[in-house]
Each structure stands twice: as C-alpha cells, then as structure tokens.
Design a protein around this ligand. Structure first.
Ligand code: 6GU
Length: 225
C-alpha cells in the first residue's frame, strides 16, 4: 500500500509515523508513506497556504491553489482509491472504516486546517471526509496520523502475530478482555487461577465472558449494535 499525506505542517507527522511498528512497516516495504509539504506548491515569497475567509470571520482557510497543484502532481503518477480530507465535519472514524481502507492500494490524505479548507477543494478533489471523534483539534495532522496508524497495522506482516489482530478490541464488536503477564502475584494482587491452568478451552471461555462483561459495563452502545 502507498499513503501520500499532504500537509502544511509535515513535522507534525514525522515522529508519529517514524517510530515503532509503523517505522518497521515502512522499512519492511509493507507500506510506502510519503509526506508532502504544501508550501512546496506555493509560488509567493511567503509560501502562503491559507487566507482569511470571504465574508469575514475568525480563522484561516486553506487556499485552493497549492492543494490542487500538489494533488494533481500526485494524480499524474497514480490513481487514488480515496482522497481523504481530515475534518471534524467528516464521517466518524472506526474500526470498520480502518478495515475497509486497509484493502486499498493508494490513499491520499489531505490534512484539514484550523478553520477549514476552501470548499472547492472538497467539491473537486475529496472523495471521503473523516473525523476522528467529537472534539476539535488545531489541525488535521494528528487525525491523519491516527488514521494511518490504524490502517497500516492491519496490513499483512505489520503486526507480527496475525492472531493478535483478530482479538483486538472492536474487531468483533467487543472491547478486549483483561490480560496479565508475569509475575503470578504482585503486591498481593493475583493473576486469575484459570489463566495459569493450561486449560485452553476454559481460558477462551473466561476471556469471552470478561470481554462481554467489560463491554456491558463500559460500552453498552457496542452491544446494542
Ligand atoms: Cl479530522 N480535524 C480536526 N481539526 N479536528 C478534529 C478531527 C479532525 N477529528 C476530530 N477532531
């Protein structure tokens, strides 16, 4: 898979996508992530990417010219399955959306901006608008990093143990069960006996019951679906 990310603030994406499992996914060739600096597509001395809104009001709006020129340059090289805009007005991101995106070959993510982007960018270029939740961020860069992380970890070979993906919270519509590791007792707190029993049928039943209990207590909305 290839993911192109277009932003006025490339530095914001550097470390979220340059460490740990995502860094390994990039060096192993499971994913090619390329971050593009919108300012490289400006023509003025100040490398301006935003401007005040027509009609007045606070906040700056991402200008159309650098975005169109950058996206068109990229489209000349490949066909994108989706051109995603990160915006609080988008469809709320979830595991199902991540699963769907992980099956695509070429994604372009355009990072939204403080107040917004010129509407002509949405009209002419964007195929999918995504929000990562009901709260406001200063810009769409961290949202782009969240979406990229959730998608890339689903690609073959990125998470070492494929089994681990299937037991994730949300993957079966439930929160994940509690886990323990060594030691068997710590500060008087004991690991549940069943997990030390070696009886894998019993362990599986315990885990399923705990996942359901946790989901009922914390996220009854997930069970209702
Ligand atoms: Cl995608 N962008 C911004 N600016 N704020 C958000 C968001 C995106 N998702 C939730 N809040």
């Amino acid at each position: 898979m290839r993911i192109d990310i277009v932003t006025g603030f490339p530095g914001l994406l550097e470390s979220p996508l340059g460490e740990s499992m995502i860094a390994r996914a990039r060096t192993s060739g499971a994913v090619d992530i390329v971050v593009h600096d919108l300012r490289d597509y400006t023509r003025d001395r100040h490398r301006t990417i935003d401007d005040t809104p027509y009609g007045g009001g606070a906040g700056m709006i991402l200008k159309p010219e650098p975005v169109f020129e950058c996206v068109e340059r990229l489209q000349a090289e490949r066909t994108y399955d989706e051109i995603i805009l990160t915006t609080p007005a988008g469809k709320v991101f979830n595991q199902e959306l991540a699963n769907g995106l992980s099956l695509k070959d070429n994604l372009l993510i355009l990072c939204g901006h403080y107040k917004g982007v010129d509407e002509r960018i949405r009209q002419a270029l964007v195929t999918l608008e995504i929000s990562i939740g009901d709260y406001v961020l200063t810009g769409g860069e961290l949202a782009a990093a969240v979406i990229t992380d959730a998608v890339v970890r689903l690609l073959p070979g990125v998470v070492g143990d494929g089994e681990s993906l299937l037991t994730d919270s949300f993957q079966d519509g439930l929160l994940d069960c509690p886990y323990y590791t060594r030691p068997p007792e710590y500060r008087g707190m004991k690991v549940p006996e069943v997990l030390l029993s070696g009886d894998h049928r019993k362990i599986e039943a315990w885990r399923m019951a705990e996942a359901e209990k946790r989901t009922r207590e914390r996220r009854p909305d997930l069970l209702a679906r």
